[in-house]
Design a binder for this molecule. Structure first.
Ligand code: IDP
Ligand code: MG
Length: 149
């Protein structure tokens, strides 16, 4: 089963959308493998967004991510990386479809509520950046028979 790294950004936590967001992933049928609240260090935020370090929005993005706690999670399931990106919606919330997290709750590119890994390699990197092996919990979900053929 594939795994992906999902982070509810400071705006999602401050706006009390944590429960709603987690509910969407659970209801879809994905399984939670790791979860923690983090006051992000500048170093971790810069590593997480290293791919964007030459972009004009980089320093504002890092300042935002460290401004207030985030919820870091690992979710598991069939094609969960791409499926999570669909649940999340387009990067710009005004362009994101209604029914997606960003489409339902956001208006600004710099306040788009949530991060999701974009490919298998980045998912692996991000999971190991944010979680130790001991923090990831292997468990046998009883749901599988009713979700997968
Ligand atoms: P993604 O989060 O949908 O994968 P990326 O292009 O990887 O989008 O950008 C990472 C994050 O950087 C976005 O989620 C958003 O918070 C921020 N961002 C991207 N482009 C801009 C911009 O033009 N202005 C301000 N923030 C941006
Ligand atoms: Mg991205």
């Amino acid at each position: 089963m594939e795994q992906t790294f999902i982070m509810i950004k400071p705006d999602g936590v401050q706006r009390h959308l944590v429960g709603d967001i987690i509910k969407r992933f659970e209801a879809k049928g994905f399984g939670l493998v790791g979860l923690k609240m983090v006051s992000v260090s500048r170093e971790l935020a810069e590593k997480h967004y290293a791919v964007h370090k030459e972009r004009p929005f980089f320093s504002g993005l890092v300042d935002f991510i460290i401004s207030s706690p985030v919820i870091a999670m690992v979710w598991e399931g069939k094609d969960v990386i791409a499926a999570a990106r669909k649940l999340i919606g387009a990067t710009n919330p005004l362009a994101a479809e209604p029914g997606t997290i960003r489409g339902d709750y956001g208006v600004d590119l710099g306040r788009n509520l949530i991060h999701g890994s974009d490919a298998p390699e980045t998912a692996k990197q991000e999971i190991s950046l944010w979680f130790t092996d001991e923090e990831l919990v292997a468990w046998e979900p009883s749901r599988l028979t009713w979700l997968y053929e």
